[in-house]
Design a protein around this ligand. Structure first.
Ligand code: SAH
Ligand code: SF4
Length: 471
């Protein structure tokens, strides 16, 4: 697999926009109002990719719907990280047989990580004839061209999943969801090959956007009124290595922090092996940077961590946590954990519980291990039964909920600044908001999305805080 960085020239992206305009003209000439639905699975990177798909669809003159019976074009942006998401996608695609019958001419597109896997693309080719267009994450930038082949009847089905290039595109239009929070991809792909993970196979090698492009986009987001910007990458701590220009992630953080205006700056995900003291001190010094790190530990046992190919021991991980907390005593720490990695014993799992007790995460995402075709872990002996894994998972969840509940309870009575970012229509707390370090606060009182307000925390649960606006 010879991956190389391929920067798509701006003119080629502009050509795609010309095709989108041609499609819009075609719909208008036919007197049609074309409705599109974009359904997104998986991580924030996929959310961000879906904004680009919607950006193109908007340029084609489409209006948007959530109802698959009302949609002329359906795009399902898929995730491959766990089997469960794949099964849901296949189930939902199967169900589209009905919508396509009810709405002849409906075009069904599948894109994203899941279809980038050969065995899945083949399955769709053979068993899901209703799907018209299949394209991998690196082909999103040429969605108009691919779709046009179907719309003009030139082709009945198009599969664009074979390429292995590490694409970087600038200038693809975006239709963002909401006006307060924005995703900003700073890099794509991953080089880490954790033994359980499919991401490096479906997203290719790490490639960073140029710092000036990231800063320009951040600047335009701030100018457009966005107040909560999250820099995205599978492993942001290795940002810039491929550019060789001397700008690392801490430098990038500082460059975005220096953009004038009031906003919160977040990022994810940090790989623990690459998190440095420089990163922690930069976070502490940058006044817009949230004191929050999502630092996935995955397991607390050294043998399991080694088999996972994570590149750190539990002790090294704990050292990083201690260093981060020294720089930011108010740090909010979250993590991901996999339960039931092949060969993990109950005694090894107990090390995960002990690590969680020691670190006391503010919240955690916990997953039962899911074998992924082509990964190293999928070939490892896995004697533990599903029921035993579920039992361990439940223990971890119980512990995690207890700690989150305790951490949240400690906020009650405090007064702090929050950013109002959404609404809970009809609820006693009609607004949603976030603390600077990302805790969810359901809010009573006078507030409008996009406003920073002072809130008094009055109540808490395992998952959220409740508060009222004070002035
Ligand atoms: N790049 C990020 C995570 C990407 S995937 C990182 O390294 O932190 C998000 C999470 O999904 C991972 O942190 C891991 O906990 C989980 N995950 C990935 N592959 C998995 C698998 N095969 N089974 C179960 N969980 C998995
Ligand atoms: Fe997957 Fe590991 Fe890369 Fe994260 S760092 S995307 S878990 S291979």
């Amino acid at each position: 697999m010879a991956y190389q960085r391929v920067e798509i020239p701006r003119e080629r992206v502009e050509q795609q926009e010309e095709i989108a305009a041609r499609i819009a003209a075609r719909f208008a000439a036919e007197g049609r109002t074309v409705t599109a639905m974009v359904d997104t699975y998986g991580c924030q990177q996929n959310e961000s990719d879906s904004e680009r798909l919607r950006g193109y669809l908007a340029e084609m003159g489409c209006t948007f719907t959530d109802d698959e019976f009302a949609a002329d074009i359906i795009v399902i942006n898929t995730c491959a990280v766990r089997e469960h998401a794949e099964q849901r996608v296949l189930g939902n695609v199967g169900a589209l047989n009905h919508t396509k019958k009810a709405r002849p001419g409906q075009i069904i597109c599948l894109c994203g990580c899941m279809v980038q896997q050969k065995h899945i693309a083949e399955k769709i080719r053979m068993s899901y004839p209703i799907v018209n267009l299949v394209f991998g994450p690196d082909e999103i930038w040429r969605f108009p061209e691919l779709l046009e082949q179907i719309l003009t009847g030139r082709k009945k089905r198009v599969f664009a999943v074979e390429t292995q290039d590490g694409v970087v595109t600038e200038g693809v239009p975006r239709a963002r969801v909401g006006g307060v929070k924005a995703w900003l991809s700073v890099m794509y792909g991953c080089n880490n090959f954790c033994s359980y993970c499919v991401v490096p196979y479906v997203r290719g090698r790490e490639r960073s956007r140029r710092p000036e492009d990231v800063v320009a986009e951040a600047r335009s987001l701030v100018a457009a009124g966005y107040r909560d910007i999250t820099l995205l990458g599978q492993n942001v701590n290795s940002y810039g290595r491929d550019l060789g220009g001397g700008t690392d992630f801490s430098d990038l953080l500082r460059m975005v922090n220096d953009i004038p205006g009031k906003f919160i700056l977040r990022f994810m995900t940090s790989h623990p092996k690459d998190a440095t003291e420089k990163l922690f001190s930069t976070m502490a010094e940058c006044e817009k940077c949230a004191h929050h790190i999502h630092l996935p530990v995955q397991a607390g046992n050294d043998r399991v961590l080694r088999e996972m190919n994570r590149g750190y021991t539990a002790a090294q991980y704990l050292d990083k946590v201690a260093a981060a907390r020294r720089s930011m005593p108010d740090l909010v720490l979250t993590t991901d954990i996999i339960v039931g990695f092949p060969g993990e014993t109950d005694a090894e799992f107990a090390d995960t519980l002990a690590l969680v007790e020691q670190v006391r995460y503010d919240s955690m995402f916990t997953f039962i291990y899911s074998p992924r075709v082509g990964t190293r872990a999928a070939a490892m002996p896995d004697p533990m039964t599903r029921a035993e894994k579920q039992r361990n998972f439940d223990r971890l969840l119980e512990l995690s909920n207890r700690i989150s509940g305790e951490k949240h309870a400690a906020y009650v009575g405090k007064t702090l600044e929050v950013l109002v970012d959404g609404e809970n229509p009809g609820e006693a707390c009609p607004h949603t908001s976030r603390t600077k370090s990302g805790r969810l606060v359901h809010l009573r009182g006078d507030a409008a999305p996009g406003a920073f307000v002072t809130a008094k925390i009055t109540d808490s649960t395992t998952w959220a805080l409740f508060g009222e606006v004070v002035n």
